[in-house]
Design a protein around this ligand. Structure first.
Ligand SMILES: C[S@@+](CC[C@H](N)C(=O)[O-])C[C@H]1O[C@@H](n2cnc3c(N)ncnc32)[C@H](O)[C@@H]1O
Length: 239
C-alpha cells in the first residue's frame, strides 16, 4: 500500500493541468491539494454550510473558484475541464438524502462528469475501510461497504460504455492519530453525528463500547490511530 504522498505523486501527471474541476469540496481538504497542481481550480458543492467553511479554509488561495452547484446539473460547457477530481463523493445519494444509494442518480451524475471532462480521477475509502464497520454503530441497517462496491461497479460500467480506459489504480491510507482514547471516541461519535446522536448517557456508552470493540479488533485502539483504506483510479478517454 502506498502513502498518501506517493498517491499524489502517481496522480500528479493527471492533475498538473490548466483547468481542473473538483466535485464535493466540503471543507476544502482536497481542493487545496488540487490547487497545488492545477493552474485554475473550480470546485462545486451543494452545501451552503460547507461553502462557508471552505471559503474560510481556502481564503489564501487565489487559483480556486468555489461554486454552489449540483453535480447532476453542472452549468459548464462540454469538455471544459482537463481533469475532474471526485473524492469520497460518489457512493452517496447526492440528491440531499444522506447515505443512501440511488444508482440511477449516480449514472446521471457520471454522465455529467463524462460530459465535462475526458480525464476523471476518483479517490475514496475502499469497501474494506474501517469506516464501513464503524458506520453500523450509527445505522445497523446500512451496509456502507456494499454501497461502495455497487457504486464502483457502476463507475467501471459507465466508463467502459463511454470509451474511458482505466489508466491508473492504487491503494493508499489516511491516518488519524489521537492523543487519548477519550478524544478518539468523541471524534468517532462526531463523524456520523448527522446520522445518529446518542439520546442519553447510557446510549452514548453503548455506542462507545461498540466503537471500541471494532477498533480494538482492527488493532487501532491500542495505538490510538484510526487508519482508513483509500482507493484511487484514473479514467481517461483517448482519441
Ligand atoms: C462525503 S463528502 C466528501 C468531501 C470531500 N471530497 C472529502 O473527501 O473529504 C461529499 C460532499 O459532496 C457534496 N455533495 C453532495 N451531493 C452533491 C451534489 N449533488 N452536487 C455537488 N456536491 C454534492 C456534499 O455536500 C459533501 O461536501
Amino acid at each position: 500500500m502506498k502513502s498518501l504522498q506517493e498517491m499524489w505523486e502517481d496522480l500528479e501527471e493527471y492533475l498538473q493541468v490548466e483547468n481542473a474541476l473538483e466535485q464535493g469540496f466540503s471543507n476544502g481538504k482536497y481542493t487545496k491539494v488540487l490547487a497545488s497542481f492545477a493552474k485554475n481550480v473550480t470546485a462545486i458543492d451543494v452545501s451552503k454550510e460547507f461553502m462557508e467553511i471552505a471559503k474560510e479554509n481556502l481564503k489564501d488561495y487565489n487559483n480556486i473558484r468555489l461554486l454552489l452547484m449540483d453535480a447532476e446539473h453542472m452549468q459548464f460547457e462540454d469538455k471544459s475541464f482537463d481533469v475532474l477530481l471526485n473524492t469520497s463523493f460518489h457512493e452517496f445519494d447526492l440528491s440531499g438524502a444522506v447515505y443512501s444509494i440511488d444508482l440511477e442518480l449516480k449514472r446521471r451524475i457520471l454522465q455529467e462528469m463524462i460530459r465535462v471532462s475526458n480525464t476523471i480521477v476518483f479517490v475514496e475509502p475502499t469497501e474494506s475501510a474501517i469506516t464501513n464497520e464503524l458506520f453500523k454503530v450509527f445505522n445497523p441497517n446500512e451496509n456502507h461497504s456494499d454501497r461502495i462496491q455497487k457504486s464502483n461497479e457502476l463507475i467501471a460500467e459507465v466508463m467502459r460504455e463511454n470509451g474511458y480506459s482505466l489508466l491508473e489504480s492504487g491503494l493508499t491510507f489516511n491516518e488519524d492519530q489521537f492523543e487519548s482514547q477519550k478524544e478518539l471516541e468523541e471524534e468517532m461519535l462526531d463523524w456520523w453525528a448527522d446520522i445518529k446522536v446518542p439520546a442519553n448517557l447510557e446510549e452514548k456508552e453503548e455506542m462507545i463500547h461498540q466503537i471500541d470493540e471494532i477498533l480494538e479488533k482492527a488493532g487501532m485502539l491500542q495505538n490510538l490511530k484510526v487508519v482508513e483504506d483509500i482507493g484511487y483510479k484514473v479514467y481517461r478517454k483517448e482519441f
